[in-house]
Design a protein around this ligand. Structure first.
Ligand code: G16
Length: 551
């Protein structure tokens, strides 16, 4: 583009999407995330960056998702999606951060530096797909994103309200038409179509009950399931928290609430032992739970989903006689120690630990022929390499009758998987298909192993960046005295484990603890939270210590 037309771009930016705050904002665990009123200039600038990225990638489509996912309603965010439908390449996160924070006066210079450094051919076409969640601030931000794209003569395509994983899927399909059709209908056709195919092969049996209650977090996931339900006879969906008048997104409901508080969402009643799936605000996470007759809650989180899926994939690999396909599982520090033990000792599958953030898990999962990755919070999927797909495809045509049958079923499971990113809807159908295949109730699923009691707490500090971590966030390297204190506290408890890390999506420090009993896990978490408050510059109210358990 000639410099004169670029000048118009920057005049427009100053006029329409000015930088109104000096608060530093960083591309974090899942893009930029903060109060919605601080984001307009950021989103506009990410529109500019998406166009440059598209041109660096030879005009392939880039995605922009306007969402703050599990955060409460006043927050919002934006993240970029790379051409394969994956999270933005890590080396570009610092470029995005720089661009988001420069003054309006330095915007022109910075954009030109990025274009020169990244060797973007600005004469190429550029295409950007834009999606948004249901927040009332999302339409304004999506418009700012489109303005940014148009400013650098890219072509925006707005999908309106979609789940985050749908947007990832559309981007992948646009750049690789063998994966599917880049529309909402194309998504349903592939994912729901695969589920229907599986259910034709596997009618409900044993203790599997096709009735499923779903907590939609008052967000987009529930709305999309409502659309899916219209043509779904294989599953009896009872949908709750669909975002009616006065119902707030993620407030007291949704996957994050259920996982962190270990309590059921509001707005839903169900019989004992009824399976309930809880998705998050933008439909990229899912956890399950049920209550017994005494209302005791049993949580089936991301670790449980990962182990269920991996154990079933093992069965399918055996049935196909696909002996040369490697299978691995990727977890984070939040994985319950009992799940890791089960994976290593019972499944005998290699397990790897990485930092929080699906971008890290996704990357690690790619090193296996089949990589299952899940965060305990319910964010995850399965990646199938070309080798795995080709092998299973070949067996489906050339194997003996038993192998062929297993391989054909396996191919449907691959189709059922949104391989671009963790997807609550795809994961829901995968879990349901496996439970159905095994004839299992949620109770039987729960019986695979016993979790260690665990607790998560949030601590507010003045500046969370003072905490640095290492060893997949399991060790705190700064402040040094904090890790010494954590070691001292953990040593008091049987099977104790704890860590603290700064969140990349909220302005808080997260504390995780597990131990032999519920009371011990709660106390250890509270003690570590206090240590964080005392040694890392606590702000606001000091965390409260529960009554001491008998040790
Ligand atoms: C995002 C990321 C997840 C991460 C979560 C919490 O989820 O995609 O990988 O586990 O944030 O991250 P942190 O502990 O750094 O705040 P979501 O569902 O909010 O997009």
């Amino acid at each position: 583009m000639p410099p004169s037309s670029l000048r118009v771009v920057y005049a427009f930016a100053r006029e329409m999407h000015p930088k109104t705050s000096d608060v530093f904002i960083e591309y974090g665990t899942a893009g930029f995330r903060t109060k919605a009123n601080l984001l307009e200039h950021v989103v506009y600038r990410m529109g500019l960056l998406a166009v440059i990225r598209s041109r660096v990638k030879n005009g392939r489509t880039i995605g922009m998702m306007i969402t703050a996912s599990h955060n409460l309603e006043p927050d919002n965010g934006v993240k970029l999606v790379d051409p394969d439908g994956e999270m933005l390449e890590e080396s570009w996160e610092s470029i995005a951060t720089t661009l988001a924070n420069v003054s309006d006066n330095d915007l022109e210079k910075t954009v030109q530096e990025i274009i020169a450094t990244e060797k973007a051919d600005m004469a190429l076409k550029a295409s950007v797909f834009i999606g948004m969640d249901t927040r009332y601030t999302s339409p304004r931000l999506a418009a700012a994103a489109a303005n940014g794209v148009i400013a650098l003569k890219g072509t925006p395509k707005e999908f309106g309200i979609v789940t985050t994983p749908m947007l990832h899927f559309f981007v992948k399909c646009r750049n690789d038409n063998t994966y599917g059709t880049p529309t909402e209908e194309g998504y349903y056709e592939k994912i729901v179509g695969a589920f229907k195919n599986i259910r034709k092969r596997l009618p409900a049996r044993g203790d599997y009950n096709p009735r499923l209650y779903v907590d939609g977090a008052n967000g987009v996931g529930g709305k999309k399931l409502k659309a899916i339900k219209k043509n779904l006879t294989e599953l009896e969906l009872e949908l709750f928290n669909l975002g009616g008048v006065g119902e707030k997104l993620n407030l007291g409901c949704g996957a994050d609430h259920v996982k962190v508080t270990q309590s059921p969402p509001k707005g839903i009643t169900h019989p004992p032992f009824q399976r309930v799936a809880s998705v998050d605000g933008d439909g990229d996470r899912i956890v399950y739970y049920y209550l017994d007759e005494q209302q005791k809650m049993y949580l089936l989180d991301g670790d449980r989903i990962a182990t269920l899926i991996a154990s079933y994939i093992q069965e399918l690999l055996q049935a196909c006689n696909a002996t040369d396909i490697s299978l691995g599982i990727v977890q984070t520090a939040y994985a319950n120690g009992a799940s890791t033990k089960y994976i290593q000792e019972t499944l005998k599958v290699p397990v790897e630990f990485v930092k929080t953030g699906v971008k890290h898990l996704h990357h690690a999962a790619k090193t296996y022929d089949i990589g299952v990755y899940f965060e305990a919070n319910g964010h995850g999927t399965v990646l199938y390499s070309d080798k795995a797909k080709k092998t299973i495809n070949r067996i489906s045509q050339e194997g003996d009758p038993t192998e062929r049958k297993a391989a054909q079923l396996f191919l449907d499971f691959i189709d059922l998987t949104n391989e671009t990113v963790g997807d609550a809807i795809s994961d829901l159908f995968i879990v349901e298909a496996i439970l159905c295949a095994r004839g299992w109730s949620a109770v039987q699923w729960m019986e695979l192993y016993d979790d260690l009691p665990c607790r998560q707490l949030k601590v507010t500090v003045k500046d969370r960046s003072v905490i640095k971590t290492t060893d997949a966030e399991r060790i705190c390297s700064e402040p040094e005295e904090l890790q010494l204190k954590i070691n001292e506290l953990v040593a008091k408890y049987t099977n104790g484990r704890s860590f603290a890390r700064p969140s990349g999506t909220e302005d808080i420090v997260r504390v995780y603890a597990e131990a032999e009993t519920r009371q011990q896990a709660d106390l250890l978490a509270a003690e570590v939270a206090q240590a964080v408050f005392d040694l890392a510059g606590g702000a606001g109210t000091r965390p409260e210590l529960p009554a001491a358990p008998e040790l």
